[in-house]
Every structure is written in structure tokens, then in C-alpha cells.
Design a protein. Sequence first.
Length: 452
Amino acid sequence: MKLRQKVIFLAIAPLIVALCAIALFVRQQSVTLARQQHATIQQAYLASKQAELQHYVELASHAIAHLTASGRKDPATLEEAKRVLQSLSFGDDGYFFVYDMHGRNLMHPRQPELVGRDLWDMRDQFGVPTIQNLIAVAREGGGLVRYNWVKPSTRKSGPKLGYVVAIKDWGWIMGSGLYLDDVEAALAQVDAQQSRNIDATMLWIMGLAILATLVIATLGLALNISESRVADAKLKALAQRVVDSQEQERARLSRDLHDGISQWLVSIKLQIEAGIIRLQGNAEQQGKALASFERTAGELNDVLGEVRRISHNLRPTLLDDLGLAAALDHLAQEFSQHSGTPVAFSARGNTDRLPPVVGTVLFRIAQEALTNIERHAGARHIELSLHAVRGRVTLAIVDDGAGFDPEGVETHPQRGIGLRNMLERLDAIGGTLDIASSAAGTTVRATVELKD
């Protein structure tokens, strides 16, 4: 992907993400509103059905009140009550039913084949004991019951809302019900209309997103044509600086290995070979061999120390194990030993829980600053401090050596690579670098705001 295409992509991608987020939010809100409307309409429908059904049952109770209040339980009175209830109806699917307390059907105007049958163990297609639930509610004082029952007009099972009451003197339960399929059909129509509205809204948002994307792409392309050459030049310069830094680091590592470790290892090899030859001689020669091996062991310790120093410069283990403060303290002691310039280190605040990337950047800046001091400043004393206070961490390196012109070095094409490296490292994590230099010395201060 070319730079121009990358810039356009980076300009359009946030817009697309934002529009997608808006679309998802609008859709979520629309779906939530549709569900709330569905629940509100359903509640209103059911409330009207419940009130209507309760009134029907109350009217039926009043119709046979003169019989239930008479105190008679003879067959003629019971049959008269059944006849009155059977004559009451409201539409093709509105009727009253009567059961005894043991689940035997006593009257059913729409399904006479059920009259006289024991339906106590009857269950619907979902395994729910229908008659047992009706009787249980009636025994508790009466009320509403949701169940499934065959609708007379369609001969198909459907959801039904029933209302039952108990006639305790006769051992009956009497009730009626309203089928809810018309409620479900009305709600399904409302849901379908809401779904169409949501889809239409999403199409409008999609169209606006496409139009806005095309406009921004056109404007971005026109803007970036004029900036592409400058951006390409900057990228090439940055890439060259990265390559130069890598080559310098490789050259330094190669010198350390060749001039130090390699020569030591050759010397140790020769001493070991000489010691092996002397071991085959007399007692005096064997004594010299022992002394040679002791010197060899000492030089091996020096080699191991040099290896640790090189490894520490590449990536100190203290930085990962004990934190930035311990790594900087070790760096100060090591620099004091090999350079002869004393380095005073101090730390304040909670510096043990810094983000790993912040610790790495600040450690590299300290390394770079000490290297520059050793090469150019000629300082006699160095102060290295690390402060972490109120979500901000500050690293300061102060020396009393010869100063320099920070602006001149930073803009010089062949100098200031170390300063540019510091600036780029800090810029990558949102930090700032302040440099103050004079003939009395130099202060390098790196500051990073810590995110919660």
C-alpha cells in the first residue's frame, strides 16, 4: 500500500468506525424501543382481556346466584345451573365450562364429548397439567390462568387466558377464557412494521456513510498529493537514521567482541595449552602450570564480567526483574567503575510499577546521555535522578562538563543522532525532552505522563 493510500485510509477508517458505532447504537436503541413498545402494547392488550374476562365470569356468577344462594344441591338445581351457564356465550369461541374438584368435566358447550370424562391427568403439548392448574387456582380463591386449549373455530390448539372461580357448596369450579392468537397476530404485525422502520434507518445511515466516505476520500487525495513528496523524504531520512543506528550498534558490539573478548579468549587458550604441557613435566613445571591455571581462572572471570557488561548494555535483566530504579542504580555504578567519573543516583516516589515501555525508554535515554557525557562533556561529576510523583515520572541527568548548542547539534546532518533517538523514543510514548546546556554543564530532563 502506497503512502497516499495509507493516508487516505487513515483518514477514512476513523469515520467508518464512528459511523458504524453510530449505526450500531441507533439500531440497539431502536430494538430496545421496539421491545418496550411490544411489551407496552402486550400489557395493554392483556389488561383489557383480563378485565373483559373477569367481567364475563362475574356476569355468569350473577346468572346462577339465585341457585347457588338457595342452598339446594339436588340434581334438578345443578342441572338448571348447567343449563344457564351453557346458554351463556360470547362469540364462536367464548363459552363457560364447569369441572368438579377432582377434574371431571361437568359442562362444556363447545366440546360435549368431554362431558363426564375425568380430565385430571390431561396435559397440553408442552406437558403442562391444564386441569390441575385450573383447579389449584380456583381453590386458592380464583383468578387468571394461562394455558393452551383447542380453539373451536379452527380446531387447533392455541394460547388461552382463563379465569376460574370455585363454587364451594357444590364442589365446582366455573370459568371461561379468551384466546390470545389475535393478540399475538397484532403484536407480530407491530414487530414487523418496527423491523421495517429499523432497516430503513440503517439504509439511510449506510447511504450517508458511503457519501461521506467518498467526499473525504476525494478531499484527502487532493490534499495528500501535495504532501506526499515531503512525507516520502521524511520517511526515507528516518529509515536511514534507523539503519545508521543499527549499523553503529553492530559496529560497537563487533569492536567489543573482537578487541576485548576475542583477544582474552585467545590468551586464555594459549595459557591453558601451556599449562597442559607443563603438567607433563617435573614438580616445578606442575607448580607453574597450577599458577597458570589460576591466572586463567581470573581472566575467565574478567571475560564473564565483560560479557555481562555487553549483555547489560543490550538489555539489562534488572530492568525486568527489579524495575527501572534498580537498573539505573546498577548503570550508575557500572559507569562510575569503567569511566572513573562518579555518578550519584537518587530515586523518589513509586518507581517500581512503571509500564514496561516507559521503563525501557527512560533506561535507554539514561544510557545515551551517559555515553554522550563520556565522549564529549569531560565531566567530573554526574547526578542521575528518577522521580515519580502524581502520575508523572521524570528522569534527570545533570553533569558539570563542557556544554554544547542543543539546537545546532539537533539540526546538524552528521551529528545529534543520540538526541534524535531520545526525542523519537519519548515522542512514541507521549513524553517530552528538555535540554539545558551552558559552559557550566548540561541538564537532560525526560518527562512522561503516566496513564491510569
